[in-house]
Design a binder for this molecule. Structure first.
Ligand code: TMP
Length: 207
């Protein structure tokens, strides 16, 4: 029924916002499927483990991009498409735009190249609404560093310059895909970020 994706840097509060938004929408009576990328199904989670394993320092950039796309394909087939067909709201923590910003823009593989690979994987499935939790990467990285319970993955370990490029990439994407993008200021207090996000979704739902 509605395919919503959340994007943003590490430490943007994405997980907390998504959890709260999901329960609010469920309280409003919507059937909501909450899922994430890479992952969301057993096969996709196995691919996630390969991609994010800190020991895989030898991973080639194109291999990484192809693994994200493969994991996405499986996720669409097993979970996203069937749920949308059943009339549910699907909320996905990261999707195609992560590949465009991280692999296409920040890694320098090219946004158009990554779009090509992903058009094969997704058969052209774009989100109806993409909420970008925008934040200065240094603030995000500081938040991660002070949250000792959080796992640190292979991409978290990239330099600040990489994360600055990711942000730039996302902001360019928000211009390119104006119709589906909503940029939320994630430097605000969590309650405000949640409220802004909720209002954007309700607007898209026409409520
Ligand atoms: P997360 O589950 O903590 O958000 O970690 C997933 C990591 O993978 C995060 O650093 C962003 C990265 N990523 C990409 O580089 N490309 C992608 O297509 C996706 C889905 C995630």
């Amino acid at each position: 029924m509605l395919f919503i994706t959340f994007e943003g840097p590490e430490g943007s509060g994405k997980s907390s916002v998504i959890k709260e938004i999901t329960s609010r929408l469920q309280n409003d009576g919507y059937q909501v499927v909450l899922t994430r990328e890479p992952g969301g199904t057993p096969i996709s989670e196995q691919i996630r483990n390969v991609i994010l394993d800190s020991k895989n320092t030898m991973m080639d950039a194109r291999t990484e991009a192809l693994l994200y796309a493969a994991s996405r394909r499986q996720h669409l087939v097993e979970k996203i498409w069937p749920s949308l067909k059943e009339g549910k709201i699907v909320i996905c923590d990261r999707y195609l735009d992560s590949s465009l910003a991280y692999q296409g823009y920040a890694r320098g593989l090219g946004v158009e190249e990554i779009l090509k690979v992903n058009s094969y994987a997704t058969e052209g499935t774009f989100p109806d609404l993409t909420l970008l939790l925008d934040l200065d990467p240094q603030v995000g990285l500081d938040r991660i560093a002070s949250n000792s319970g959080r796992e640190v993955n292979r991409l978290d370990k990239e330099k600040l310059s990489f994360h600055l490029l990711v942000r730039e990439g996302y902001l360019k994407l928000s211009e390119r895909y104006k119709d589906r993008y909503q940029v939320i200021d994630a430097s605000s207090p969590l309650e405000k970020v949640i409220e802004d996000t909720y209002l954007a979704i309700k607007k898209r739902l026409g409520k």
